[in-house]
Design a protein around this ligand. Structure first.
Ligand code: SAH
Length: 254
């Protein structure tokens, strides 16, 4: 991950509720990064391109049935406007429960793009022809349905922004986070030393940095094997990793 290219600097957010984006741009590390202009976001409200005075962006589905469908021409014009603001080669992502499931490996690929436009759906979703003609990738944040693509898009944008150099600062590092190196993160502790009878693992108080690093690596491995065995094939463990697990397993049992 250290030698990875992060080109991403420009984001686009197409939504009929553009104000929702303040949840990302006003708070925490992503808020600071926005204020420091480590990235820029252009918001586009598809209502701008509505042809009636009510700002209608949806219509009844052909073939009947419940719900409303977001209109293709209005969405296409929104994407074109976003491209004039961000650059014509911006990647266009539509949020959809039917999309590719996003994971940290996907985030690593996406940050190589300088500009990404996110399109948030509402109602029953998008006219299929918009997806075919304007969208490069459909992304899902999990096998559940939420009411709009805004929060799914913001979730992905947050994860992308964390990868931009300077966003996390020196005190934090994306490199130790879960998934980034293919493993879950190790457990963390802070004061007090004893909480409701539970002590902090002795090794963390030892001041022995090599031992602490070794323990954290063993914990990350152990957790991944216990909680998310799908992330790791035990057969792929290196001899060094096996030795590390055995060393700390023996300690835990003694
Ligand atoms: N009828 C659609 C769901 C519409 S939900 C279907 O079953 O596929 C309304 C909008 O919320 C979608 O257009 C999409 O933008 C967003 N959305 C809902 N669930 C999502 C998920 N799991 N991942 C990403 N976007 C989602």
């Amino acid at each position: 991950m250290t030698d990875q290219t992060v080109a991403l600097r420009k984001l686009g957010f197409i939504s009929i509720f553009p104000e929702m984006l303040s949840g990302l741009t006003d708070w925490g590390v992503t808020g600071r990064a926005a204020r420091d202009e480590l990235f820029t976001v252009e918001t586009i409200d598809p209502r701008e391109f509505a042809t009636d005075k009510h700002g209608t962006v949806d219509d009844r589905p052909y073939g009947g049935g419940p719900g409303m469908v977001m209109k293709a021409p209005i969405l296409a014009q929104s994407v074109r406007k976003a491209k004039t603001l961000l650059g014509g080669d911006a990647l266009v992502i539509a949020m959809s429960p039917q999309g590719v499931a996003v994971d940290e490996a996907m985030i690593s690929r996406l940050v190589a793009h300088e500009a990404i436009i996110f399109v948030a759906g509402r109602y029953e979703g998008f006219d299929e022809r918009f997806l075919e003609s304007e969208v490069d990738l459909e992304l899902s944040v999990g096998d559940m349905v939420v009411s709009g693509g805004e929060m799914p898009a913001m979730l992905v944008m947050d994860s992308l922004i964390r990868r931009i150099p300077g966003v996390l600062g020196d005190e934090m590092s994306a490199e130790q986070d879960s998934f980034v190196d293919g493993l879950l993160d190790c457990p963390h502790y802070t004061r007090p030393e004893i909480f409701e009878g539970r002590a902090v693992p002795e090794v963390l108080l030892s001041g022995d940095h090599a031992r602490i690093a070794d323990w954290r690596s063993a914990q990350a491995l152990q957790r991944t094997l216990n909680r998310r065995p799908d992330l790791l094939d035990p057969a792929d463990l290196t001899d060094e990793q096996r030795a590390m697990l055995a060393r700390w397993d023996a300690k835990a049992q003694s």
